[in-house]
Design a protein around this ligand. Structure first.
Ligand code: M6R
Length: 610
């Protein structure tokens, strides 16, 4: 995680760096800092503990002016979130560096450097890098070669931005395993962890590849590969614009993103369906021929994206009759597994930069999979670049750390994928048409559900003073319950667990008392009667139930049972529909608790470290 920004320009770069950091804050917000080369070639630095706003305040009091600079917002891995661990790190007032990623062999390097006389000012894994560069500069290497030689000593993942005072107008940027883009301006260049940071200053970007080193001055950019040979990397024009990052009058990004789901779903379907049929080439040129050979599917993802995968597995087996296994990417990457012939590997990620998901994909590429497909929200991400097939979710930038519209659009994408594969496994044209009709009705139905917001806001009051909550679901609604529990714990800090309702009596029922709210997802399907029996078990033990029911679920509010009738008809879209009220519940509980909804403690939006 962590966000980095850098700039070499004719203008004063501090405002660009600060605005860039603000836009990167979703990547970490424990501490922030910037270093700017002064006009008389001195490295000036400001660092604060806490959010970028604190840095803005400090900068107002003591502004840094200069035309070359680097900046950082931190998500602490090594060392506490305090000022001395905040980046940029500086060695002997000569060289300054910002780093995103983890240096795995930092302890070994630290010992070597201490033995040769270096004193350390922080507990970070980063300081060894700036020291090594300083050492190389002292041995008369120029900045490019000093950085290059240093990278040869590093193990792990990193994106770096480095400046020094013997070359005051020069910035060296390195990418290995952590994201880094170059923004191309007119007579100026920028670097950042993502395009979003630089949208106020440019629409033109170069996406560095792993191992690339960029040597940047105001009027010249040279990119080298990991062998230090000059390489060409194309400039791409982004369709994103700076305004996409505003809250559009909503109190939080999360609320804006919940309410933008009808639109995001429509965008995800746009140009993907014609005459009631899926356009399979939207997954990639060879998708049709690959899908025709699929005998099984393996999905790997993390967090909310993993929950989307779990729901897709139910669809895959029920609609396409193809076996589907879903794995937590961080587990899958380290496990010895067997790949059945003709298995399609599917990775799901909002950001496309999640380290564990990327590692799972890289492992899959070395294994015997039929092909790799990425379902992703970021077009130019590592995941999309490294996968053979790609389906973009087109949800638009998601800023709130708690994932909402990314999840529902991932489900739309996965549903289309299931149908596209099922067509090769006996799915009839009529059935395909019927399912397309369902997915096309989704956006309107989600809009209707959002009208329940006031009811849910009232219900949320019952949760605000609780320490624990249970979420229950059955079948494809178990992952929906898991997603509801994740949302609640993530932004309101209430401990929440999800259980398959049938598992209650095998242990968790012991927890049930009148202080443990129990949320149940109760769609009107073949498991409804079974779910109702499970709920009786809870009621009999004094547990307070909160039920989200369908049109004909036939459940009524009674003492200790609070029902919200969502008034929806049951079909394949039901898991997506039932997710919406759970997002709203988590949101309103967090509002009542006064939590930092868009930037919950200890978390970051894009988890680019292991
Ligand atoms: O960008 P990704 O979809 O790969 O991110 C995966 C998880 O880190 C993410 O879904 C996380 O669980 C969310 N904060 C949940 O709301």
């Amino acid at each position: 995680m962590c966000g980095i920004v850098g700039a070499v320009a004719q203008r004063d770069v501090s405002p660009v760096l600060l605005e860039g950091l603000k836009r990167l804050e979703y990547r970490g917000y424990d501490s922030a800092g910037l270093a700017v080369m002064s006009h008389d070639k001195e490295l000036q630095r400001l660092r604060v503990q806490g959010k970028v706003n604190e840095l803005f305040k400090e900068h107002q009091k003591s502004p840094l002016n200069g035309t070359t600079g680097i900046a950082h917002t931190r998500w602490a891995t090594h060392g506490k979130p305090n000022v001395k661990n905040a980046h940029p790190h500086i060695c002997h007032d000569k060289v300054a560096l910002v780093h995103n990623g983890i240096i795995e062999n930092h302890e070994e390097l630290r010992k070597e450097q201490m033995a040769s006389g270096f004193e350390f000012n922080s507990e970070t894994d980063t300081e060894v890098v700036v020291n090594a560069i300083y050492e190389a500069l002292e041995s008369r290497l120029d900045l490019l070669h000093a950085v290059f030689n240093t990278t040869k000593k590093l193990q792990g993942a990193y994106a770096l931005g480095v400046i020094n005072n013997t070359d005051p107008g020069r910035l060296i940027a390195v990418k290995k395993g952590s994201p880094l883009v170059i923004g191309v301006g007119i007579g100026e260049y920028f670097i950042a962890s993502d395009v979003f940071a630089l949208l106020p200053v440019t629409q033109k970007f170069i996406f560095l590849e792993d191992g690339d080193i960029a040597d940047i001055t105001r009027d010249k950019l040279t990119i080298y590969d990991s062998e230090l040979s000059i390489v060409e990397r194309s400039i791409k024009l982004t369709e994103l614009n700076a305004d996409m990052a505003d809250k559009a009058g909503y109190r939080h990004y999360m609320l804006k993103e919940i309410f933008s789901q009808p639109n995001a779903i429509e965008k995800s379907l746009e140009h993907r369906i014609k005459d009631g049929k899926i356009i399979t080439s939207e997954f990639g040129q060879n998708a049709d021929s690959i899908f025709s050979r699929v005998k099984s599917v393996k999905i790997a993802a993390c967090g909310t994206s993993y929950h989307a995968g779990l729901i897709a597995a139910y669809w895959m087996e029920e609609i396409a009759h193809i076996s589907c296994h879903v794995e937590i990417a961080s587990e899958y990457r380290y496990r010895k597994s067997v790949v059945i012939d003709d298995t399609l590997f599917v990775s799901i990620s909002q950001s496309g930069e999640t380290a564990d998901t990327l590692a799972a994909l890289h492992l899959a590429k070395e294994s015997n999979f039929l092909s790799t497909l990425a379902i992703c929200n970021v077009a130019e991400s590592s995941l999309t670049r490294d996968s053979e097939l790609v389906f973009l979710t087109h949800a638009g930038p998601e800023i709130g750390v708690a994932s909402t519209k990314a999840f529902t659009t991932q489900l739309v994408a996965l549903f289309l994928m299931v149908i596209a594969i099922a067509k090769h496994n006996g799915l009839s044209k009529e059935y395909e048409k019927m399912m397309i009709k369902q997915v096309k009705s989704l956006s309107g139905r989600v809009s209707q559900l959002l009208h329940h917001k006031d009811e849910i806001e009232i219900m949320a009051k019952d949760f605000a003073d609780k320490h624990h909550a249970l979420f229950l679901g059955r079948g494809s609604f178990l992952p929906v319950a898991m997603e509801g529990a994740l949302k609640l714990k993530e932004i309101s800090y209430i401990h929440a667990e999800a259980y398959a309702a049938g598992e209650l009596k095998h242990g968790p029922l012991a927890l049930v008392d009148d202080d443990m709210p129990i949320v149940a997802v109760a769609p009107n399907n073949n498991l409804l009667e079974k779910l109702k029996s499970n709920l009786q078990e809870v009621k009999a033990r004094g547990g307070k139930l909160y039920l989200f029911a369908d049109k004909e679920s036939d459940v009524e509010s009674t003492e200790g049972v609070y029902i919200i009738n969502l008034n929806v008809d049951y079909d394949f879209m039901a898991p997506i529909l039932h997710t919406i009220p759970l997002q709203l519940l988590a949101y309103y509980v967090a509002v009542i608790k006064g939590a930092d909804i868009d930037q919950p403690r200890n978390l970051a939006k894009s988890v680019t470290v292991e």
